[in-house]
Write a protein that binds this ligand. Structure first.
Ligand SMILES: [Zn+2]
Length: 171
């Protein structure tokens, strides 16, 4: 339990004080302090539940999809795939989404994960992560043409994490 509280010890003046690892004002919950979200492919996560949960998270869409307090189980690659399927830019804020875009994000999440599960099931046993991910549409394919609109895919990297998206058909 203690390690989940994410505390670091910092020197301050003549003494030591424990301070939270997260910066002040961060909306990201400390793991273990808030409920973990349902699995992204949990049948109980229906559209109503999705709409209800997403209201609590105002931030960027890519971070939102990867936030385990929102939904669990979506990693870096699939967050790119889902946003491309939904035609939404990864750095767009959730607060700017129209109601139909919130619903579209739900549909894309389900369809991308269902498709991935189907493909992976056909390929038993998987050998390497890169091998079982060769069916992804855009992740790690910066510079290649978008499968939907042909625009050259953009790839940006922050902190060792690659984000791929299309400026042509995601907004
Ligand atoms: Zn495109």
């Amino acid at each position: 339990m203690d390690e989940r509280r994410a505390l670091v010890t910092a020197r301050r003046g003549d003494g030591r004080a424990e301070i939270p690892l997260l910066p002040a004002g961060s909306s990201r919950p400390v793991p273990g302090w808030q409920e973990q979200g349902p699995d992204a492919d949990d049948p109980q996560l229906d559209l109503e539940e999705w709409r209800r949960r997403i209201r609590r998270h105002p931030g960027e869409l890519k971070a939102l999809l990867r936030n385990q307090a929102f939904v669990a189980g979506i990693g870096n690659a699939y967050s790119d795939e889902i946003l491309h399927a939904a035609q939404l830019l990864p750095f767009r804020k959730r607060t700017t989404l129209a109601a139909e875009e919130v619903d579209g994000l739900y549909e894309s999440t389900r369809s991308v994960l269902n498709r991935a599960t189907g493909v992976l099931r056909e390929r038993v046993p998987p050998t390497f992560e890169t091998e079982v991910r060769d069916f992804l549409a855009i992740h790690n394919k910066g510079g290649q043409p978008c499968p939907r609109c042909g625009t050259r895919l953009t790839e940006v990297s922050a902190g060792g994490t690659a984000t791929s998206y299309c400026r042509g058909c995601q907004r």
